[in-house]
Design a protein around this ligand. Structure first.
Ligand code: HEC
Length: 155
């Protein structure tokens, strides 16, 4: 699992190719970013579930999931290149491109919040994890409010 992730990461995020060069078609970029968000949500969701008492607390699982969410947090943003607004149904609003600086600011906030959650989870202290989960959730919502549409586009 770890090896697979590292291999995928070496191919996708460690190279300095321009974003467009990583994807042959806009559809590939859209699938990639939606998949990356789905994975972030799954791994962050496990830690949030423990913080909220919905999932029994397991310090190692919390640390592993927080580390994954933090590592994955850069990936979606390599896949919002020009021309990837259409190609398959997606929920990126036009403001992603017309207000790119604000979009990047929200992405940075989420990455910083997940980095803090990762540090908190490494301590194994549930109170610290609880304190760090809220800001992550807030950072997701802050971007979705401005940049994610309610409904998928037609294409
Ligand atoms: C900087 C902006 C931004 C941040 C921060 C952000 N998202 Fe999103 N998210 C988006 C956009 C834009 C889409 C729509 C992407 C698309 O459809 O191509 C999206 C889509 C999603 C989806 C749906 C994927 C799909 O298959 O349609 C999930 C799940 C998701 N985000 C979870 C999260 C979680 C969890 C966080 C916080 C840990 C988060 N997002 C933070 C902008 C953001």
């Amino acid at each position: 699992m770890k090896k697979l992730f590292l291999a995928a990461c070496a191919a996708a995020c460690l190279t300095s190719l321009p974003a467009a060069a990583q994807f042959q078609k806009p559809e590939d970029a859209i699938k990639y970013r939606q998949s990356a968000f789905t994975l972030i949500a799954a791994h962050f969701g496990r830690v949030a579930g423990m913080a909220q008492g919905r999932i029994p607390f397991d310090a190692k699982a919390a640390a592993d999931n927080a580390a994954l969410a933090a590592s994955l947090s850069a990936l979606p943003f390599t896949a919002f290149g020009a021309g990837t607004d259409k190609g398959m149904p997606n929920r990126a609003k036009p403001e992603v491109w017309s207000n790119a600086a604000a979009f990047k600011g929200k992405a940075d906030d989420m990455q910083a919040a997940l980095a803090k959650l990762n540090e908190a989870a490494k301590t194994g202290n549930l109170d610290q994890i609880k304190a760090a989960v809220g800001p992550v959730g807030g950072s997701c919502k802050a971007c979705h409010d401005d940049f994610r549409a309610e409904k998928y586009s037609a294409n």
